[in-house]
Design a protein around this ligand. Structure first.
Ligand code: FAD
Length: 449
């Protein structure tokens, strides 16, 4: 790895490595950015209760607090107001702006600019008529219907939790807290919004050649086709910029995400035979971020730089609040799978990528589901019931940059068992799908904000 000043960073000791990366383990633990021990082993006791109310105007109607401003939370906040203008909606989100994960692979290959991914919460809130509180949910008293945030408490009639995901580094054999921090800061997955994507883009721009390692996790991870799309976009970037690099893609599955496997495999062999080294059926056993090696059940692989995607889990706040299903390996929420409320509590809903249903964890799924959840809450407030509506997954994957060509899948889910229905699939990469990728993204941003 070469730093911006051009110095090689190989041969660093662990302590020096962490010092250079700017965070001590203790500070990271205190900030709650790392998991100590296996996830779920000892959830932190939450101690965020305060007697100070958040600095908000008095509620003008039934107050709905929406936690998280991603594809799920932003959609729900906007459409709650559309469903019932009397709702007083407060969206609690700590990030200063929205930066989307979806379409980020295109930015890595310079097919869009960074501004396309960024959106303003101030503008979204004022256009849709809700309030954005820049802060973080820390604790919840569901009996008193009081949400404790970093900015003070908020009393509510309804609360929706849409805090997204966290990573489980133990799933790839990394449990030492120092090494977890090293992984997060030096080889970020790029599957949570913001800094991780900026870091991967910088890595690609300064990459001098060799092996760029990327990985596919086990489980129902965020955006099933995205690791394969990312391999294509990075390979295309290397190809078009004459970088003598190879993307090594380690996949525990036997082939890429099933519906799109033919489209991805065709791109790997027809466009990137010299740039992608695809290893299916390969389970990671451990990673050493200092030695820059990954050990699989067959081999030890050296890498020059990497973006390593471990198994995901529901954001830790879901488990900390006692809302995770006890038998769920990804600590997803224990909710009514048709109406999204925490079992026995129709004032508290969980949405987006921390839901337990086997839907594709995608932006379009979260957005279409968000429309439905807004209707469910409006119906509960009005004393009505509504019929279940399936979320819709629409997923374009760009596989070529010049010309821009993509493959495509669209599906809904059946009521019993949540298998795919109404599937539309196009594994022939085409310029028409490439253009439609941009239109789809623009439409989703318009609908969220
Ligand atoms: C590289 C990549 C490519 C992708 N490609 C596609 C694609 O082509 N199509 C597609 O449909 N989807 C795609 N996705 C998936 C999509 O981005 C996600 O599934 C979607 O954004 C999930 O939305 P969410 O609202 O559940 O989570 P997020 O968007 O992660 O939002 C969660 C929000 O909650 C906030 N939060 C967390 N904890 C708290 C707290 N305690 N208090 C307050 N706020 C909190 C976070 O700051 C965050 O803003 C892709 C994802 C990636 C990473």
């Amino acid at each position: 790895m070469t730093s911006r000043s051009g110095e090689k960073s190989k041969g660093l000791g662990r302590r020096q490595f962490l010092k250079l990366s700017g965070t001590s383990t203790l500070a990271a633990v205190a900030a709650g950015t790392i998991v100590v021990g296996a996830p779920g082993s000892a959830s932190a006791a939450i101690s965020g209760r305060t007697n100070r109310p958040a600095d908000l105007p008095a509620a003008t109607g039934p107050r709905c607090v929406v936690v998280g401003g991603g594809a799920s939370g932003a959609t729900i906040a906007k459409y709650l107001k559309r469903e019932n203008a009397d709702f007083d909606v407060v969206m609690v989100e700590p990030l200063a702006m929205y930066m989307s994960c979806f379409l980020s692979n295109l930015w890595f290959d310079d097919l869009i600019n960074l501004r396309t991914l960024q959106h303003s919460y101030t503008e979204a809130a004022s256009d849709a008529g809700y309030t954005w509180l820049q802060g973080k949910l820390i604790d919840l008293d569901r009996d008193a219907k009081r949400a404790f945030t970093s900015e003070g408490y908020i009393d509510y009639q309804y609360i929706v939790l849409a805090p997204g995901i966290d990573y489980n580094y133990a799933s790839i054999g990394v449990t030492d807290p120092e090494m977890v921090v090293a992984m997060q800061q030096s080889y970020p997955a790029g599957f949570k919004p913001g800094s991780e994507h900026l870091s991967i883009k910088d890595k690609l721009e300064r990459f001098e050649g060799g092996v760029f390692l990327t990985t596919v996790p086990v489980g129902n991870y965020r955006c099933l086709p995205a690791p394969y799309e990312r391999a294509c976009m990075i390979a295309d970037y290397f190809k078009r910029n004459n970088v003598s690099g190879k993307v090594v893609l380690l996949d525990p599955g036997e082939q890429p995400f099933a519906p799109k496997a033919p489209g991805f495999l065709a791109a790997f062999s027809e466009l990137y035979a010299d740039y992608i080294d695809y290893h299916p059926s390969t389970m990671i056993q451990s990673v050493d971020p200092v030695a820059k090696t990954v050990t699989t059940e067959f081999d030890t692989i050296d890498f020059d730089d990497a973006a390593i995607y471990p198994r995901i889990r529901a954001a830790k706040i879901i488990e900390d609040l006692g809302l995770s299903a006890t038998d769920n390996p990804q600590f997803e929420a224990d909710i009514d799978v048709y109406k999204y409320f925490a079992k026995g509590d129709m004032t508290c809903y969980v949405a987006g990528d921390c839901r337990p249903m086997p839907f594709s964890k995608s932006g379009n799924t979260a957005n279409s589901e968000g429309h439905y959840i807004a209707k469910v809450i409006a119906a509960v407030e009005a004393g009505n019931d509504i019929e279940w509506a399936s979320p819709q997954t629409i997923c374009y994957s760009m596989v070529n940059g010049e010309p821009e060509e993509a493959i495509f899948v669209k599906a809904k889910y059946d009521h019993d068992g949540f298998g795919f229905t109404d599937v539309e699939l196009d594994n022939e990469r085409s310029a028409a799908n490439g253009a439609a990728t941009h239109e789809w993204g623009a439409g989703l941003y318009r609908d969220m904000f």
